[in-house]
Design a protein around this ligand. Structure first.
Ligand code: ZN
Ligand code: FE
Length: 274
């Protein structure tokens, strides 16, 4: 008796960046035949990309209920009868496969497993999707985090508390450094201006300002970033840094000796009006 050999070659997965609206990114994951779309706020760019690349839509993945992330779902469902994965607790009527912390999905049509992480803060039911690649291929760990973690920033607290957002970001920051961060907006340069104001002297941050500035000058996205780069430059993952605490105290936004959550809350409030 022989063990059946698993000869099927896993098709290489790629991700297409679909800009939408003013500064959204929709992420189209595909293997050359089938495709899944993350946070389709608008159907038109997705339909155009599917047609241009001769792809069949096999799944829709949602992170949270805001219109710029789900608005294109009805239009896509008109053309494609596909499952809609999304948060269990974010009040999205279109979701056919509700998900929450600790669940793992096999994305229909693709050789892709994603783990679900609850990341309340921007909205209360917000989830993120994590691909933990089995091998050691560079760039094979992925995070789709919607409006939770941004390039050098984080989402606004529309529904959750600073405590919740801090814990959510902590989970994402604990992912491997090489994890590619596919967030839903191009906010990086304005976030970096704030980051430099609160943490002057961070050499990694200065290098990122140069690199991402050049990227935007060339008309290119700054996303995906990596978890490692965010840990080194994103003030919302660095609220325990003495220099950041000092900046908040000097600005009169924090009492000396504040708890970590006070530091985080003061940072988020300052950014709201920066
Ligand atoms: Zn949002
Ligand atoms: Fe958004």
């Amino acid at each position: 008796m022989t063990t059946p050999l698993r000869t099927q070659l896993a098709a290489q997965l790629a991700i297409l960046t679909l800009p939408a609206f003013k500064d959204n990114y929709l992420w189209l994951i595909h293997d050359g035949s089938n495709a899944a779309i993350v946070d389709p706020g608008d159907a038109a760019p997705v339909k155009a990309a599917l047609a241009a690349h001769k792809l069949r839509l096999t799944a829709i993945l949602l992170t949270h209920h805001h219109a710029d992330h789900i608005g294109g779902v009805p239009g896509l469902l008109q053309d494609w009868d596909v499952p809609v994965f999304g948060p269990r607790n974010d009040g999205i009527a279109l979701v056919t496969h509700p998900l929450g912390e600790g669940e793992r999905i096999g994305v229909p049509g693709l050789d892709l497993a994603l783990d679900v992480v609850d990341v309340p803060g921007h909205t209360l039911g917000h989830i993120a999707y994590v691909r933990r690649a089995p091998g050691r291929d560079a760039g094979a760990n992925w995070l789709f985090c919607g409006d939770t973690l941004f390039g050098a920033g984080c989402g606004r607290l529309f529904e959750g508390t600073p405590q919740q957002m801090m814990a959510s970001l902590g989970k994402l920051a604990a992912l491997p450094d090489d994890t590619l961060v596919y967030c839903a907006h191009e906010y990086t340069l304005s976030n970096l201006r704030f980051a430099q104001a609160v943490e002057p002297g961070n050499a990694a941050l200065d290098a990122r300002v140069r690199a991402d500035g050049a990227q935007r000058e060339a008309g290119l996205p700054t996303i995906p970033s990596t978890v490692g780069l965010e840990r080194a430059t994103n003030p919302f993952l660095r609220h325990d840094e003495a220099r950041i605490v000092q900046s908040l105290v000097e600005a009169g936004r924090l009492m000396p000796g504040g708890a970590p959550v006070d530091v985080f809350a003061a940072l988020r409030e300052w950014k709201n009006t920066f």
